[in-house]
Design a protein around this ligand. Structure first.
Ligand SMILES: [Zn+2]
Length: 340
């Protein structure tokens, strides 16, 4: 199928340009409204192309029949990776496709779209967002344009709307000028409280909204047919976890979820799959150590400023991106536990 490719440049920097893929029919009239919706861009031209010719499809692995996962880089967002730093997936049923997380920029979302189109022409009916963090949600507009309904936790719209501006500022700072061209935040069409099942034709996905843990809007997706459980950032592998919800809530939720029996999980960062519950053990170890050390520091009467300089430090060698995320985690832990 031919799709519309737009050549756009920054109005204030006409030498900084990018080509952006607009999923759906190659109709030139779609270009102007798309650009008008993104202030600061100018439209230089349009072409009709195959998705895979326009962008480099993301590498995906078929981790179970019909279940595909892309491993994002364990890194911070940069101009080179354009925010391709989270694990993303899609599940193909007999009638439709569901995508799980959309990547940290429009460019990554387009590359995921091209990877899907390289495997199937079935309609992409759902994009399920595991939580609000930008490395998981910024590519969402691509799938909305492809016709997908965006599904997320009931608390995601408020959380994401409150952070949309700071996220946009962060991706410009981290990804440079060119990589984020065309990136926007879109809010979900449907939200989930508790459980929801979606049918892809002969294939049911169970969506479950959880209480506050990594964030206040974590959601998991289980493919019943293969026992593959997309955990979003409720599980980190190799990449130090970041606490943006509740440390104790996260540990309690992990305890509860550890009782479930599944074939494999897909963590939000790191390996494409892990065994369950063993795969979460290293992350759990870090969260438990941080809890214990923080409680001890508070009991000794250490100030937050002093405590956060050493909390969790003995686990530095076990994790990537430790120095980026541990100070935030230590502060979050202290703030949460000082009121126990
Ligand atoms: Zn996250």
């Amino acid at each position: 199928m031919l799709e519309l490719l737009l050549d756009v440049c920054l109005a204030e920097r006409p030498d900084v340009c990018a080509s952006r893929l607009l999923p759906g029919p190659c109709v030139e009239e779609r270009a102007e409204p798309w650009v008008a919706h993104r202030p600061g861009l100018t439209l230089e031209g349009t072409r009709c192309v195959e998705a895979a010719e326009a962008v480099v499809p993301l590498a995906v692995e078929e981790v179970a029949p019909g279940v595909f996962v892309h491993a994002g880089e364990v890194a911070l967002a940069s101009p080179e990776n354009a925010g391709d730093i989270a694990n993303l997936g899609f599940v193909v049923g007999e009638e439709a496709v569901a995508v799980i997380d959309a990547g940290g920029s429009r460019a990554v979302g387009e590359r995921l779209y091209a990877a899907i189109r390289g495997r199937t022409d079935l309609p992409i009916r759902y994009l399920i967002l595991t939580h609000m963090h930008p490395d998981h949600v910024v590519g969402a507009a691509v799938f909305a344009e492809a016709g997908a309904d965006i599904v997320a936790h009931e608390h995601l719209p408020a959380a994401l709307a409150a952070r949309a501006e700071s996220y946009a500022e962060a991706w410009r700072r981290q990804q440079g000028e060119q990589a984020p061209i065309g990136s926007t935040i879109v809010l979900p069409d449907e939200t989930v409280a508790g459980h929801r099942t979606i049918d892809l034709g002969g294939r049911m996905l169970e969506i479950e909204a959880h209480p506050t843990a990594h964030t206040d809007n974590d959601l998991t997706v289980l493919d019943r047919a293969t026992g593959t459980w997309f955990m979003g950032d409720l599980v980190f592998d190799r990449h130090l976890p970041s606490i943006d919800g509740s440390l104790l809530g996260w540990l309690a939720l992990l305890d509860e979820l550890a009782q479930r029996s599944v074939e494999r999980i897909v963590p939000g960062h790191g390996a494409v799959t892990l065994a369950w519950p063993q795969g979460a053990a290293p992350m759990r170890g870090y969260l438990e150590a941080l809890t214990k050390e923080t409680r001890a520091a508070i009991a000794r009467g250490e100030s937050m400023g002093r405590a956060t300089r050493h909390l969790g430090d003995d686990l530095r060698d076990d994790w990537q991106l430790f120095d980026t995320f541990n100070p935030f985690n230590a502060t979050a832990a202290y703030r949460e536990l000082e009121w126990e």
